[in-house]
Design a protein around this ligand. Structure first.
Ligand SMILES: NC(=O)c1ccc[n+]([C@@H]2O[C@H](COP(=O)([O-])OP(=O)(O)OC[C@H]3O[C@@H](n4cnc5c(N)ncnc54)[C@H](OP(=O)(O)O)[C@@H]3O)[C@@H](O)[C@H]2O)c1
Length: 335
């Protein structure tokens, strides 16, 4: 086994869309575990839009990175060296191991999950990982779906949106997704069973929402913010729930972003718009994972992943999230 630890570090704070030059490739020595610690060899690394925010110098719900830091990223890998009896060599784990081959993990590092032998890492990083949990708790806890509700999902062919829409279908809702290509829309309709799909890059979005949701929207699951949020707000029904999951349309903005113009419809429609951070549900992840695993086993919940092969593709894979090159969960297989 090689002792070189390939890493991507933050080289520059991004201006606008993230660029490859915002990352610096380095080769360090493989770390060694101290007492109570263990070393993980990462095999799959997750790419998430929130990584763009961590590259900026602003306080958020997680601390920003400093220039020179190893890029923070979720991953799955095996324990290859251990001085912690709870995590013996060979244990499969998921955690925030960073954009690197080897991570040394202290016993009390938050959010390290032991995965049962034989777990599919692609599922563990996707539908059974952070984005799946985000869809599950955002839709069920904040959206509170009831049968017959009309649910509109933006970013619908992405990791979070595709799972949120399918869970809404499982709960008996009528689901319309918004995504950035005809292929993605066909996938939502033909493979995932959505009731309607809108290509926001070519359609008159408002007119299509009116056509596909003629009685209005009960739940809007928002992954993108911006103009689409405004169009949805204009079409909510009484007691609607607007789930603020993300706002990717604004993540690369270089200046202040205008707020939604149509927010006052929340008053007229006695509606609720609420944000959430999935990490606040961490103590419920295990139970949610069991329920979603059963749905997967029953064929009622499907995951697609865009898996790039090769460590050096990590920066471009992150950039690709902002151009919509992924369908479902974006990750890189690194070894
Ligand atoms: N609240 C939380 O705790 C939490 C946790 C995880 C993720 N999130 C948020 O959930 C959202 C989805 O994250 P994800 O990891 O599942 O990523 P993802 O949806 O798998 O990938 C991002 C997708 O966003 C779409 N997109 C990119 N730029 C866009 C734009 N300007 N307007 C509209 N769509 C755009 C692209 O698809 P198209 O081809 O359709 O454009 C792309 O595939 C993000 O906003 C993320 O920050 C929130």
């Amino acid at each position: 086994m090689t002792t070189t630890n390939r890493q991507f570090r933050l080289a520059a704070r991004p201006q606008g869309l993230v660029k490859e030059s915002d990352f610096r490739y380095e080769e360090a020595e493989k770390p060694v575990a101290a007492d109570g610690e263990f070393v993980v060899k990462t095999e799959y690394i997750s790419l998430d839009p929130s990584m763009r925010g961590q590259m900026e110098n602003r306080a958020d719900y997680v601390a920003p990175l400093e220039i020179g830091d190893v890029m923070r990223a979720g991953g799955v890998g095996h324990v290859i060296e251990s001085r912690n009896p709870d995590y013996p060599e060979g244990t499969l784990v998921a955690g925030t191991f960073g954009m690197q081959d080897y991570a040394v993990v202290t016993a009390d590092m938050p959010r390290v999950r032991r995965l049962p032998d034989g777990t599919d890492p692609v599922l563990a990083l996707g539908v059974l990982g952070t984005t799946g949990m985000t869809a599950y708790f955002g839709l069920l806890d904040i959206g509170e779906p009831t049968p017959g509700d009309v649910v509109l999902v933006s970013g619908a062919a992405g990791a979070t949106g595709s799972i949120a829409g399918q869970i809404a279908k499982l709960k008996g809702c009528r689901v319309v997704g918004i995504a950035g290509s005809d292929d993605k829309c066909n996938w939502l309709l033909d493979e995932l069973g959505f009731d309607g799909a809108i290509n926001y890059k070519t359609a008159d979005i408002g007119a299509e929402i009116d056509r596909l949701c003629p009685t209005g929207i009960d739940i809007y699951f928002d992954n993108v913010g911006g103009e689409i949020l405004d169009l949805a707000l204009d079409r909510i029904r009484d007691n609607a729930r607007v789930v603020l999951c993300g706002g990717i349309s604004r993540y690369n903005a270089t200046g202040p972003v205008p707020g939604p113009v149509n927010y006052f419809n929340l008053v007229f429609r006695r509606a609720r718009m609420e944000g959430f951070i999935v990490l606040d549900y961490a103590d419920k992840f295990e139970a949610a994972g069991r329920e979603m695993s059963q749905w997967i086993a029953d064929g009622a919940l499907k995951q697609q992943a865009t898996v790039k092969d090769g460590f050096k593709l990590l920066p471009s894979a992150l950039i690709d999230l902002f151009t919509g090159a992924n369908t479902g969960k974006m990750m890189v297989k690194t070894s």
